[in-house]
Design a binder for this molecule. Structure first.
Ligand code: BMA
Length: 386
């Protein structure tokens, strides 16, 4: 444990005594990490959740939906089934630039309010981070043009120690740390969240992807992220590893760039029901992917004592009326996952949605999915912090 961390732990322990803060803020140490008791409680609940079912999550659900944005107390999920997701997901992209809104236009202050609201309702929040490219100054997505490819391939190296963007990048991580540390309720309780950076690294569309950096570089990126947040006193964050489906069911491949048990708390999978050239039956393909990869991840999670989730999924535009109960649910089957999360309903792109809204053809089936004894929405949820 480094000195800074020891100092932070000691300071908080002192705060506990002198300010008489509530038990929730007490810091526990697990295998060299310092995390709040509430954060540890969340992790315990994520691991035991599958005995009751799996939570449902949606990206950006309480801040905008199909055809609307920024209303308060509105949600496409709620408009369809009368309840809210147990898991809310938000993105931190552009926090690194010091912007007040994220890459999809969501104000960070609004995100903070929604995080606290979800916590107070007993539910969970997870964050992805589609951050810009610090070297090319482009987006998280690589362009792979002749002009840019060399720089894109050099990006991870450039942010590691000794690299030309290292200082800049540490500043970016510190902005994330400040945000995580700012997630506090009125009584000063820090809200536990699940952070899922460097996701889908097995594909090659983000600057941290498979063909853009080496295994060692990818692991070093994780280690640096973890160390920097920890050194800034972030003690309310769990970390998720969420590769895409490129492992094809091979556990060794799935774990190839795994940053280590000290860092990771949850093993995930990002798997979409997409059309692909040459694939005529996307449903068989999606079902096969989940049915071969989820049991493999569940087994790995047992060995490593981690939680498991289907961290991103969906069928863009949901053109199949009974997709929720005839494709998604059977594909998850009895695999013990703690949550399944579908992506966002964009307010400004007519066909970019992954959940129903009133009148959408899969809305009735989504209600069936909601009513299934296996799915857990906010009202079904026992408080995740107790
Ligand atoms: C992607 C798309 C993008 C969006 C990003 C972050 O999958 O939905 O439009 O900017 O997620 O939310």
């Amino acid at each position: 444990m480094n000195k800074k961390i020891l100092g932070a732990v000691a300071a908080m322990a002192l705060g506990l005594v002198s300010c008489g803060q509530k038990q929730e803020t007490r810091v526990t140490e697990v295998e060299g990490t310092a995390r709040t008791a509430l954060t540890e409680q969340l992790l315990t609940n994520l691991k035991t959740m599958p005995s009751q079912g799996y939570m449902y999550g949606r990206h950006d659900d309480p801040v905008y939906g199909h055809g609307w944005a920024w209303d308060e107390d509105r949600s496409d999920v709620k408009s369809v089934c009368g309840d809210l997701p147990a898991v809310m997901s938000f993105d931190l992209g552009h926090i690194e630039l010091g912007d007040t809104v994220n890459l999809d236009g969501v104000p960070f202050n609004r995100i903070r309010r929604e995080v606290i609201k979800q916590f107070e309702a007993g539910g969970m929040v997870t964050f992805s981070w589609h951050l810009n490219n610090p070297l090319t100054k482009g987006t998280a997505w690589v362009e792979k043009t002749d002009e840019l490819i060399e720089q894109e391939k050099a990006t991870v190296g450039s942010v590691l120690e000794g690299g030309e963007c290292h200082e800049l990048f540490i500043g970016w991580l510190d902005k994330v740390a400040d945000f995580m540390n700012s997630l506090t309720t009125a009584d000063g309780t820090k809200v536990p969240v699940l952070f899922r950076p460097w996701h889908e690294h097995t594909g090659s569309w983000f600057w941290w992807g498979q063909d853009l950096c080496s295994t060692d570089q990818y692991k070093a990126l994780w280690q640096m992220t973890y160390d920097e947040l920890k050194s800034k006193g972030v003690d309310n964050v769990l970390y998720a590893y969420s590769p895409g489906t490129e492992n094809g069911g091979d556990a060794v491949k799935y774990m190839e760039r795994y940053p280590g048990d000290e860092i990771i708390d949850l093993l995930g999978l990002d798997c979409y029901c997409n059309a692909e050239p040459g694939v005529t039956d996307r449903f068989d393909r999606f079902t096969n992917q989940l049915q071969t990869q989820l049991p493999m991840i569940v087994e790995l999670a047992k060995q490593h004592d981690k939680a498991v989730a289907l961290t991103e999924t969906g069928f863009e535009g949901i053109p199949l009326a009974d997709w929720w109960t005839s494709i998604l649910q059977p594909a998850i089957g009895d695999n013990p996952i703690c949550y399944v999360l579908t992506w966002r309903n964009a307010y400004d792109r007519d066909t970019h949605y992954f959940g129903p809204f009133p009148g959408q053809i899969s809305a009735d089936d989504f209600v069936k999915f909601y009513e299934s004894p296996k799915t857990i929405f906010l009202k079904d949820l026992k408080n995740l912090y107790k």
